[in-house]
Design a protein around this ligand. Sequence first.
Ligand SMILES: Cc1cc2nc3c(=O)[nH]c(=O)nc-3n(C[C@H](O)[C@H](O)[C@H](O)COP(=O)(O)O)c2cc1C
Length: 185
Amino acid sequence: MKTEITELLGIEYPIIQGGMAWVAEYHLAAAVSEAGGLGIIGAASAPPEWVRDQIQKAKKMTDKPFGVNIMLMSPYADEIAKVIVEEKVKVVTTGAGSPEKYMQMWKEADVKVIPVVASVALAKRMERCHADAVVAEGTEAGGHIGEASTMTLVPQVVDAVKIPVIAAGGIADGRGIAAAFMLGA
Ligand SMILES: Cc1cc2nc3c(=O)[nH]c(=O)nc-3n(C[C@H](O)[C@H](O)[C@H](O)COP(=O)(O)O)c2cc1C
């Protein structure tokens, strides 16, 4: 299946695994990438050496692209941002904040940057600072996210930016994926 996202990321299916702290480790990320989606290692609040080790282990399990999620409230976010570049990780997603201060470094290293956003305002700001796509994540996802629901947020973000929009929050099966496509994701 071809979409803007499969083309951008070099994957087979437009499905991105959530970067879940202490759940999305290298086995899961590598397995999802091997299956044709985009696997993501959740860096959580782990130290940079742990994240580097996870990346190196994932590389041994798959030649396909995978990403790392940086939880921006982590005390190690600055160091992990550099590990992403040093380890030549293809894609980074970010949660719980704005990754603006890392954008230039990542773009110079040709890392694809996909911030998770919970509002139109943050989506527009991310587009202005050259994000490759955004994840519009509704409140159904829980965690550090906003109050708008996926059903209301996704079409608003789609209308507000030109970069691809990935939908998240309460999408659990093929019907949910089809609905997200209808909203413009
Ligand atoms: C256990 C768990 C841990 C998560 N940890 C993070 C995290 O560290 N950083 C982040 O950006 N998102 C985190 N998320 C959010 C997911 O990456 C994803 O965006 C979200 O789960 C999508 O919504 P859904 O679960 O309704 O499909 C976490 C989700 C779960 C369930």
